[in-house]
Design a protein around this ligand. Sequence first.
Ligand code: CTP
Ligand code: CA
Length: 230
Amino acid sequence: LARGVGSADLAGRHVLVSAGGTREYLDPVRFLGNRSSGLQGYALARAAAARGARVTLVAANVTLPDPAGVRVVRVETTNELREAVLAAAPEADAVVMAAAPADFRPTTTSEAKIKKASDGSAPAVHLEQNPDILAEISHERHRDDQVVVGFAAETGDDTGSVLELGRAKLARKGCDLLVVNDVSGGAVFGAEDNAAVILSASGDAVEVERASKTTVAHAIWDQVVRRFVM
Ligand code: CTP
Ligand code: CA
């Protein structure tokens, strides 16, 4: 079981957590988005506050109530998420990117609502890549002792298993820890529980058996706290 439950081992620490899924607008009423509920990120924020941390939670389109005692910054798009995370990161002892940023955004957003053409045709949607926030904060550390945590939901494919893809992603992003969810058996979106393997840049793999998102959150903070004292 998670060791830090009921302790104040994050007292005096400031942690930054992102949660939810970003939206990229095609016009004032339509967007590209994803199914992230924000539950795991909110569980991380609540668990950190319970362990004594000062918590900043950057929430992208989450409909859950604000956790008590947590500063919540609301954003919609990946660029807004990036601005809010970069603004808070210099003060943070740990940054946990539990949010699901949209990887792409429309190259243009129409100021007026896009209307249907009478000839039955559909408009083409052109996309461009969004910035990679996790890679950016990992590569521009403000402090040597800042712990940066990413998440990855993987299914595995013909290029590698879930854990192989997780290892490659950890190296590519440059974060300290990567929480890997195996989603090959079906979606975890909106589920009350979660299972994960926490990979570290130093080569460890800590398995977290299927449990509530609160328990998974505490297991993640356990690994973060270990890196503070190391
Ligand atoms: N992430 C981010 N900025 C992005 C995309 C992802 O900070 N533009 C973060 C997520 O919050 C997560 C981690 O990177 O912590 C991994 O997200 P994932 O979508 O798995 O990574 P991608 O690099 O987008 O890879 P993929 O092509 O598999 O989607
Ligand atoms: Ca992605």
